[in-house]
Ligand binder design. Structure first.
Ligand SMILES: [Zn+2]
Ligand SMILES: [Zn+2]
Length: 247
């Protein structure tokens, strides 16, 4: 398996997801996934875990059975100022912060407003990855978002689940997002957005798009554990000694 890193997964802590962290670790081991991020929904989302879920992630071991685990959140972009539902206390405990639009928290607006909200979320300096920016329900100025992502060193996600279960019509937008990121010289990520452990590390559709447009491997965060860890460190993460073997 070429890509051994998954940056996007949900456990039963979000009740519309169906696997425990241990089940994810088991599947990761079976599939040869070296590193994955557990990224349950930020507390403002319907059926998301309480803030304590994120604060207490520090009790999760860094490495279990040879699988390394990043402590994360998929936060919600709340308004056009780019506010997200991850406060300083939660942020302190997290290694990786994803953020995206979810209708329950931010109802779709016009293209300009959506774009402003997304760009401000990146500008605020907390977010590492914008999830499913290709969602057709939230039209954005793709070029402007890709340029801002490059400027603020934020990755845009080509979300594999968008092609399978949800966010119908993402295909054309995701191709445009990948192309715009390539042109701007930024990073993409290819999260599985798993809501059940079996799909961890499934990126076929996302990889198809990247291959079609000849996207450079080294600009894909999931290319290797070192690529992701170096990116997070470039964004201020203190190096994690237990992960040194991954570099
Ligand atoms: Zn999402
Ligand atoms: Zn998600």
């Amino acid at each position: 398996m070429k890509y051994k890193v998954d940056t996007h997964s949900h456990t039963i802590a979000s009740t519309h997801a169906y696997s425990t962290l241990q089940e994810y670790i088991t599947v990761a081991k079976q599939k040869g996934i070296a590193l994955f991020a557990t990224t349950d929904h930020g507390p403002d989302m319907t059926d998301a875990p309480h803030a304590w879920h994120f604060i207490n992630l520090r009790i999760v071991p860094r490495v279990v059975d040879g699988v390394a685990i990043l402590r994360g959140m998929e936060a919600n972009i709340k308004d056009e100022f780019g506010e997200i539902d991850c406060n300083d206390r939660m942020k302190e405990e997290l290694d990786i912060i994803l953020a995206g639009f979810h209708e329950q928290v931010f109802s779709p607006k016009d293209r300009e407003t959506n774009t402003r909200a997304m760009v401000n979320a990146m500008k605020n300096g907390i977010v590492h990855i914008i999830t499913h920016p290709g969602n057709p329900k939230f039209p954005i100025d793709i070029e402007a978002v890709a340029e801002a992502a490059c400027k603020y060193n934020v990755a845009l996600e080509i979300n594999n689940s968008s092609f399978l279960h949800s966010r119908v019509g993402s295909d054309v937008n995701c191709r445009a997002v990948a192309q715009a990121v390539k042109d701007a010289g930024g990073f993409v990520s290819i999260g599985s957005d798993s809501h059940i452990a079996y799909t961890l590390g499934n990126f076929e559709k996302s990889l198809e798009i990247l291959k079609d447009i000849d996207f450079p491997d080294e600009r894909v965060l999931n290319h290797s554990p070192a690529t992701l860890l170096n990116f997070l460190e470039s964004r201020g993460m203190v190096p994690i000694p237990e992960f040194e073997y991954l570099k």
